[in-house]
Write a protein that binds this ligand. Structure first.
Ligand SMILES: Cc1cc2nc3c(=O)[nH]c(=O)nc-3n(C[C@H](O)[C@H](O)[C@H](O)COP(=O)(O)OP(=O)(O)OC[C@H]3O[C@@H](n4cnc5c(N)ncnc54)[C@H](O)[C@@H]3O)c2cc1C
Ligand SMILES: *[C@@H]1O[C@H](CO)[C@@H](O)[C@H](O)[C@H]1NC(C)=O
Ligand SMILES: *[C@@H]1O[C@H](CO)[C@@H](O)[C@H](O)[C@H]1NC(C)=O
Length: 562
C-alpha cells in the first residue's frame, strides 16, 4: 500500500465522521475505564491481570508464568538477559511483576488485559537494549514486563532458503540451527551472539555480512505480530506499510513481534578471519586514515571493522598507555584470494598468510563474537552473553574520511578514559545499493562507516564521570560526522537525544530524535503508528508517537497535497 493510500484510509476511518458514534464510544470507554479502576484497586494489579488472562484464554494460564516482586526468583529473572547493569541498580524502577508467556495466545491475552486494565507493558526478547527500555520504564511509575524467553523455536527450511524464528531466540541459536542443517547457508545479522531476534531485527541489525547482503531487516520475508488489539497479523494481513515499519522502525512502537521469517543467504564452506592490531607506535593513524579511503570500496566478500581501545605501551615500565586499532575481519572465501585482494586494495595493513585463519562460517561467528579459540559452537545454544557491564554508548555515521589531525584529537580523548571502546563498522557493497526508504532503517547513501562509542565500567560508582566522558567525545566528533540531522542507529538507543515525557508527547518533539534515527522515514512511521496504534498502547521513552486526534485530518491533508 502506498503512503497516499494510507492517508485516505486514515481520513476514512476518522472518528469525526460521526459525532453520535464517537460520543457513544466515549461513554463506553469511560465505563470500561471505571470498571478497570475498581478492579485494580479492589484487588492487586497482579490478581486482576491473572483473572483477565484466564478470562481471555481458552485454557487457564499456568501460575508458573507469573513472577511477582515477592517471588524469590524475581530478581534473577529480571537480571537474566539484561545487558546494561546501569538499569539494574536498586534505584531503578522495577516491573510490578514479570509474565513469561508459553504460547502465542498468552501474548495476545497479555496485550488485551494490559489494555483493559490500563497497565503499562514492556516487552523483552534478548534484553540488549542499551537504555534498558525492555525492563525499565522511565515514562510511567507502574509497569509490568513480558519476557519472551520461552518463545524461542527456530525452524530452518533449507529447501526454501528460509527459517521461521520466534522472538525470544538469540541470534546465536539461529546461526547454530542453520549451520546444523547446512554448511553453505547463513544469515546476515549481528556479531554479538546473545542478541534477541525480537528486538534486534526490528531495529535494522547489521553484522559481518552486511557488505555482501545488507542488514538482517533487509533479509526478512514475513513476520507475525500481535497488534494493539491483540490480533495476530502476518505480512499479508498487516499490510505493506506496517511490514515496512517493523523493519528498522525500532522495537516496541507498533506491536509485539512473535516471529520472523528470515531469508537464508549462501556462504562458502571455507571462510577466512583475521585480527591485526596496530598501535600508535606502528603508524596506526596513517593506516586508519587509509582504511577510511578504501574500506567501502573493497570486494563485497570482505568486511574489516576496527576496534579502538587504549592498551599499555609495549616495553613501558611506567604504565604508559597507547591507543590500539584492531582490524577484525571476515572474508567469504579462502585465504589465498583474501591475500590477493588485500595486496591490491589495502597493502598498508601488511596482512600476511600467518594472520589468516581459514574456518567454517559457524566458527567464524564464534571468532567474530570474541569466543576463545576452540569454543564449540554448542555454546551458542546457551544464549549467554559475553558482555554484561555498566555502559553508555552513542553512534555516528561518517561520509567523509576523518583527517589525521581529527584522529589525533581522538587519541588524546581515548587516553583520558579507563575503559573506552570505539567500533568502526564499514559500509559499501549492498548497504549502498538499497534505497533509504526501502525499509524504515535509513542510513545508507554515501556512508563510509558507522561509529559506536562506548564507555564501559564494572562498578556502580562513577557513572556520571563515564557518561560525561562519552558525551564530551561525542561533542568533539560533531565536525567529522553526519549533520542535519546528525544520524544515530536506533539499535544503539541513546536517551540523550531526547525522550517522550508521557503519553501525550507531540510528534514534533519526537522528531528531534525521530529524524536522527529514521531521517525522512520518520513521517511515514508516524502515519503508520497513527493507523495501527492511535491510542499509543505500545510506547516508551523514544517510541514513535501517533498524531493527536485534532491533527490527524489536517496533517494527512497537508501530506496529501504535497
Ligand atoms: C553487547 C551488545 C552487542 C550488540 N551487537 C550488535 C550488532 O552486532 N549489530 C547490531 O545491529 N546491534 C547490536 N547490538 C544492539 C542490538 O541490536 C539492540 O540492543 C537490540 O535492540 C537488541 O534486541 P534484544 O531483543 O536483545 O533487546 P531487548 O532489550 O529485549 O529489546 C530491545 C527493544 O525492542 C523491544 N522489543 C523486544 N522484543 C520485542 C518484540 N518481540 N517485539 C517488539 N518489540 C520488542 C523492547 O521493548 C526494547 O524497546 C548490540 C547490543 C549489545 C548490548
Ligand atoms: C515463584 O514463581 C514461580 C513461577 O510463577 C513459581 O513456580 C514459584 O513457586 C514461585 N516461588 C515463590 C517462592 O514464590
Ligand atoms: C503529560 O505532560 C504534560 C506536559 O508536561 C502534562 O500537562 C500532562 O498532565 C502529563 N500527562 C500525564 C498523563 O502525566
Amino acid at each position: 500500500m502506498s503512503v497516499q493510500q494510507t492517508h485516505i484510509t486514515l481520513l476514512g476511518s476518522s472518528p469525526f465522521s460521526s459525532n453520535m458514534a464517537s460520543s457513544v464510544l466515549i461513554s463506553i470507554h469511560l465505563l470500561l475505564m471505571s470498571i478497570s479502576t475498581v478492579l485494580a484497586s479492589a484487588t492487586s494489579l497482579h490478581d486482576s491481570f491473572v483473572q483477565c488472562l484466564n478470562f481471555n484464554s481458552d485454557i487457564p494460564v499456568p501460575s508458573s508464568t507469573m513472577y511477582t516482586q515477592r517471588n524469590s526468583s524475581f530478581n534473577s529473572l529480571l537480571q537474566s538477559s539484561a545487558q546494561n547493569l546501569r538499569y539494574l541498580e536498586t534505584s531503578m524502577p522495577k516491573p510490578e511483576f514479570i509474565f513469561t508467556p508459553q504460547t502465542e495466545a498468552h501474548v495476545q491475552s497479555a496485550v488485551i488485559c494490559s489494555k483493559q486494565l490500563g497497565i503499562h507493558l514492556r516487552v523483552r526478547s534478548g534484553g540488549h537494549d542499551y537504555e534498558g527500555l525492555s525492563y525499565v520504564s522511565g515514562t510511567e511509575t507502574t509497569f509490568i514486563m513480558m519476557d519472551l524467553a520461552n518463545l524461542r523455536s527456530v525452524s530452518v527450511d533449507i529447501g526454501d532458503n528460509s527459517a521461521w524464528v520466534q522472538a525470544g531466540a538469540t541470534i546465536g541459536e539461529v546461526y547454530y540451527r542453520i549451520a546444523q542443517k547446512s554448511k553453505v547457508h547463513g544469515y546476515p545479522a549481528g556479531i554479538c551472539t546473545s542478541l534477541g531476534i525480537g528486538g534486534h531485527i526490528t531495529g535494522g541489525a547489521y553484522g559481518s555480512m552486511m557488505r555482501k547482503y545488507g542488514l538482517a531487516a533487509d533479509n526478512v520475508m514475513d513476520a507475525r505480530i500481535v497488534d494493539a488489539n491483540g490480533r495476530i497479523l502476518d505480512r499479508a494481513s498487516m499490510g505493506e506499510d506496517l511490514f515496512w515499519a517493523i523493519r528498522g522502525g525500532g522495537g516496541a512502537s507498533f506491536g509485539i513481534i512473535l516471529e520472523w521469517k528470515i531469508k537464508l543467504v549462501p556462504v562458502p564452506s571455507v571462510v577466512t578471519v583475521f585480527i591485526v592490531t596496530k598501535s600508535l607506535e606502528d603508524c596506526a593513524t596513517k593506516i586508519l586514515h587509509r582504511w577510511q579511503e578504501v574500506v567501502d570500496k573493497l570486494d563485497e566478500d570482505l568486511f574489516i571493522r576496527v576496534l579502538i581501545q587504549p592498551a599499555s605501551k609495549a616495553g613501558s615500565s611506567s604504565g604508559e598507555r597507547t591507543v590500539t586499532t584492531s582490524y577484525n575481519a571476515l572474508f567469504l572465501g579462502t585465504a589465498d584470494r583474501l591475500l590477493k585482494i588485500m595486496e591490491e586494495s589495502f597493502p598498508e595493513l601488511g596482512l600476511t598468510r600467518k594472520d589468516c585463519v581459514e574456518t567454517s562460517w559457524i566458527k567464524s561467528v564464534l571468532y567474530m563474537a570474541g569466543y576463545p579459540n576452540g569454543t564449540p559452537p554448542e555454546v551458542l545454544l546457551q544464549g549467554k552473553s559475553l558482555f554484561k557491564n555498566y555502559f553508555k554508548a552513542k553512534s555516528d555515521f561518517v561520509r567523509d574520511p576523518i583527517p589525521q589531525s581529527g584522529l589525533e584529537g581522538l587519541w588524546e580523548r581515548i587516553l583520558e578514559e579507563n575503559s573506552p571502546l570505539m567500533i568502526w563498522t564499514p559500509y559499501g557493497g549492498m548497504m549502498g545499493k538499497i534505497s533509504e526508504s526501502e525499509i524504515a532503517f535509513p542510513h545508507r547513501k554515501g556512508v563510509i562507516f558507522m561509529i559506536q562509542y562506548l564507555s564501559i565500567w564494572s562498578q556502580g560508582g562513577g557513572s556520571d564521570r563515564h557518561m560525561g566522558w562519552v558525551r564530551k567525545l561525542y561533542n568533539y566528533m560533531a565536525t567529522y560526522v553526519s549533520k542535519f540531522p546528525r544520524e544515530a542507529y536506533v539499535n544503539y538507543r541513546d536517551l540523550d537525544l531526547g525522550t517522550n515525557k508521557n503519553t501525550s508527547t507531540s510528534f514534533i518533539q519526537a522528531s528531534l530524535w525521530g529524524a536522527r534515527y529514521f531521517k525522512d522515514n520518520y513521517d511515514r512511521l508516524v502515519l503508520v503508528k497513527t493507523k495501527v496504534d492511535p491510542d499509543n498502547f505500545f510506547r516508551h521513552e523514544q517510541s514513535i508517537p501517533p498524531l493527536p486526534p485534532a491533527l490527524r485530518e489536517a496533517r494527512a491533508q497537508t501530506l496529501l497535497s504535497s
